[in-house]
Ligand binder design. Structure first.
Ligand SMILES: C[S@@+](CC[C@H](N)C(=O)[O-])C[C@H]1O[C@@H](n2cnc3c(N)ncnc32)[C@H](O)[C@@H]1O
Length: 256
């Protein structure tokens, strides 16, 4: 069915029974997201009751300048990660080869491909199902990203000007908030207090960067100094950090 006065009312009632008139913004986004869509009212009401994130109920979400198809095989693109794309847009004049490791929905790689129109862009992920979503998003966009199944660098070849990644960084065993419960665990958790994947990427990326090439990573709260030290130990130069929208250290970068 399509959204109308009666279905809106029923969705609102279901929403308020679950969220008790809190999180009104979520209800607003849900109604907006369902505009022009064909949906099952009973299905939507059930998903509200299950507290499934609205992004998965709607099946898409906006990221930077695009709209991305999402399902439970991929992380819901986050506003923090838009800062990463914006930083890349504002700090690089020209990029020839870019690699986005752990591409998920493909959101970072696809947005970069729209900004750097002549660059060759690769997006990789260990998860076949995530790559299926990324390819669908790529097809709906400019189809300029090449996707590869790879366990971090296992199947990566070549040298890049820029390697970017938003890898899993939540320490294993952390209790997740309600919305995050639905997201793929492989996208969220990392061993060694959340640092194992980040450190592995830092250690190996240096072999895949051109001279003066950049590695830039998103990370969790409180991980910045240990990652900066690890970058230094591996041999990166001009190491720096960037903050997120809440002014918390969220990104670390370094040059080969
Ligand atoms: C936090 S999500 C980021 C997704 C997307 N780049 C974004 O920013 O919305 C991390 C991604 O890394 C992928 N991943 C986890 N372990 C991996 C590995 N060993 N090799 C490659 N990708 C991996 C997950 O499947 C997931 O898509």
């Amino acid at each position: 069915m399509k959204i109308n006065k009666s279905s809106t009312k029923k969705i609102q009632l279901a929403w308020n029974s679950v969220y008790k008139n809190e999180y009104d913004e979520g209800l607003r986004f849900l109604i907006l997201g369902l505009l022009d869509k064909d949906f099952s009212l009973d299905g939507v009401i059930q998903e509200i009751k299950n507290k499934r994130p609205i992004q998965y109920i709607i099946g898409e979400w906006n990221f930077y300048e695009g709209t991305y198809f999402v399902n439970q095989d991929v992380l819901i693109p986050r506003p923090e990660t838009e800062i990463l794309v914006d930083h890349i847009k504002n700090n690089f004049l020209n990029l020839e080869n870019v690699l986005d490791l752990g591409t998920g929905s493909g959101c970072i790689a696809i947005e970069i491909s729209k900004i750097f129109k002549s660059a060759t862009i690769f997006g990789s992920d260990i998860c076949e199902k995530a790559l299926k979503v990324a390819k669908k998003n790529n097809n709906q966009s400019n189809n300029r990203v090449n996707f590869i199944k790879s366990n971090w660098f296992s199947d990566i070849e070549g040298q890049f000007d820029l390697i970017v990644s938003n890898p899993p960084y939540i320490p294993e065993g952390t209790k997740l908030e309600a919305g995050t419960l639905f997201e793929p665990k492989v996208a969220l958790f990392s061993k060694e207090t959340g640092l194992k994947d980040l450190k592995k990427i830092i250690s190996e990326a240096i072999n895949y960067l051109k001279v003066d090439g950049t590695l830039i990573l998103e990370h969790g709260i409180g991980q910045s100094s240990e990652l900066s030290s690890h970058m230094k130990k591996i041999g990166y130069k001009n190491i720096g950090t960037l903050n997120d929208l809440k002014d918390i250290n969220r990104f670390v970068y370094g040059y080969k």
